[in-house]
Design a protein around this ligand. Sequence first.
Ligand SMILES: Cc1cc2nc3c(=O)[nH]c(=O)nc-3n(C[C@H](O)[C@H](O)[C@H](O)COP(=O)(O)OP(=O)(O)OC[C@H]3O[C@@H](n4cnc5c(N)ncnc54)[C@H](O)[C@@H]3O)c2cc1C
Length: 283
Amino acid sequence: MIPVPFDYTRPSTVEEAVAALGSAEDAKLLAGGQSLLPVLRLRLAAPTVLIDLGAVPGLAGVRVDGDALVIGAMTTHAEVAASDLVREHAPLLAAAAATVGDRQVRHRGTLGGSLAHADPAADLPAVAAALDATYVVQGPAGRRSVPAADFAVDLFTTALDPDEILVEVRLPSTAGWAVHYEKFHRTAQSWAIVGVAAAVRRDNGGIGAARVALTNVGPVPHRARDVETALTGSPATPTAIAEACSRAATGTAPVDDLTASAEYRRELARVLTTRAVCRALGV
Ligand SMILES: Cc1cc2nc3c(=O)[nH]c(=O)nc-3n(C[C@H](O)[C@H](O)[C@H](O)COP(=O)(O)OP(=O)(O)OC[C@H]3O[C@@H](n4cnc5c(N)ncnc54)[C@H](O)[C@@H]3O)c2cc1C
């Protein structure tokens, strides 16, 4: 299908992009286009103007700032997966980014686009939730920070105001943590039926701390706090981990769809969470 006609603008600063967002009734930002262009072609969205972020300097790249790893919104999935800094300070994100789509999608799609799109089946929002990320957004009044737990509000809906841009994501370093991203998907498609992001810190042979978040078991990423509490202080054995992870579906709200029933997703939550934690710890 062919999108409805729209104007196109290519700002050269974040301020110009924010101004362009505020100047039109139904303006849309364009990052890698991997989610937006299909939506336009299906005419599920009909913006009057597209604001291409591709020429705004400083929106892409990875750096360390004090205790935080900072990733620009326009950094592609391929760059995230290959970055030595991300592999060192946020290895869970590097591992999950490598599982997104196919090579073409990873080379065009961006971290910021994935987080702002807020698709419940997308992998990276749950990873950002597990890692306690902070989202830095910019609007007409300047910048503000939004914790990952408050960013995804509902299906395809975030805490971004209509004239705000996600500019960067800040992650506390998890260097040295044991991590694994486990995802169950159809062979022909990489979209997660359910995914689990797990980061675990060993402590005296047991588990000292755990962070677990699930993809596609509700409208927004699900932080499995009950599992985290049960894992913390428990032995790093398959039996103890399985017992703690039996709570993985608590508080989830999965849907029935063409790929899986809600009941099947709840069972996947339990199985995949156990698997993700065991694989992270190598037990
Ligand atoms: C064939 C295929 C397979 C895929 N498989 C997977 C998969 O397995 N796992 C997965 O997680 N994803 C998958 N995706 C989606 C992919 O990750 C997209 O790259 C991502 O969802 C959107 O990123 P983008 O940069 O392309 O954003 P765009 O498509 O350009 O934008 C998406 C939305 O976010 C908004 N937006 C973009 N950037 C910003 C910003 N900085 N601030 C505020 N709003 C912004 C846009 O206005 C738009 O509404 C797949 C996509 C395709 C086409």
